[in-house]
Design a protein around this ligand. Sequence first.
Ligand code: NAD
Length: 349
Amino acid sequence: MSVFSHSEFDGHERVVFHHDAASGLRAIIAVHSTRLGCGLGGCRMFPYAGDAEALTDVLRLSRGMSYKAALAGLPQGGGKSVILGDPRRDKTPALIRAMGRFVDSLGGAYVVAEDSGTGVADIRLMAEHTRHVGGLADAASIAAGRTGDPSPSTALGTFIGIAAAVRFALGRRDLRGLRVAIQGVGNVGYRLARHLHEAGAQLWVTDLHAPSVARAVSEFGATAVAMDAIHALEVDVFAPCALGAVLNAQSIPQIRAPVIAGAANNQLATPADGQRLLDHGLLYAPDYVINAGGIIDIHHERIGYDASAVEAHLARIGDTLTAIFERARTERQPTGVIADAMAEAIFRT
Ligand code: NAD
């Protein structure tokens, strides 16, 4: 297993492996760039098939965080950590504490937050051993009713991004009557549905979890749709808010919504799918730009939460997307390619 010649290696500043014999922790922290500030990113716990798979994930995800932070206008870089293990079976307080000590050993080059397989309770436990944590509400936030869950900000940022994309592609400022298909009405998708409903949009929803669909139907008058049909509806916006790789060689020719804008991570199955979307005349809001509300929220929790400052920051997601769309149109390039170039101009110079 190589690191420097790994296909996902991109000049990462640090890739640190750690084994804690007492707790059984096996983890990797990758810091891609600290050029703009500490490398902030979630800690993913997953039953990886092996070290190589875990290394690939941490290299790829930490790099992605540099791009996301740069375009979100944050004074921070990209980092990520992975714990090898099944969160349901292998997670113990001793293991999470050992992870906190591991994070601390990097002296602030990496700041840990929650990701799949870890939650606020785990970060709180790590925080007993390191102050380099994000995604925790401070005492003032808790008193104000916040939990540290970034989903509300992710949903609001996505709503703002959808409005910007609709304005650009369809010339519409008023969202009343806008037809939106939402794939996944979980933490983010449900809150996004509420924003859209309040703005007068008409909704179609699907989810693996039937009660989530029923809730959106009863609260927002949404129409329930089969899981394999949601992407092909004749609507104005397709909003993926569930899983990755939904934009692929099979699905793209079936998409009839002119705008694709949702919160899910890694929506493109391959980089070639960005070009495919362009060829089909579909406007794609790059996922890591439109779903940056969560990382923006975490940043504001760290510097002292001011709700109006957070709202102003989230509003910039719309401006950034509009700048990406305009440049993509002028240069006839996929929006994801333009977003990457704009991010690199910020964090590599
Ligand atoms: P979640 O688990 O709360 O919601 C996802 C929903 O999708 C669930 O209700 C699940 O049942 C449903 N789902 C899973 N597979 C599906 C399928 N094949 N078809 C339809 N529905 C399906 O997660 P979330 O926090 O709402 O995150 C949603 C997406 O947004 C994820 O891709 C996540 O990585 C991304 N994201 C979330 C945040 C955040 O702040 N929570 C921030 C950035 C990005």
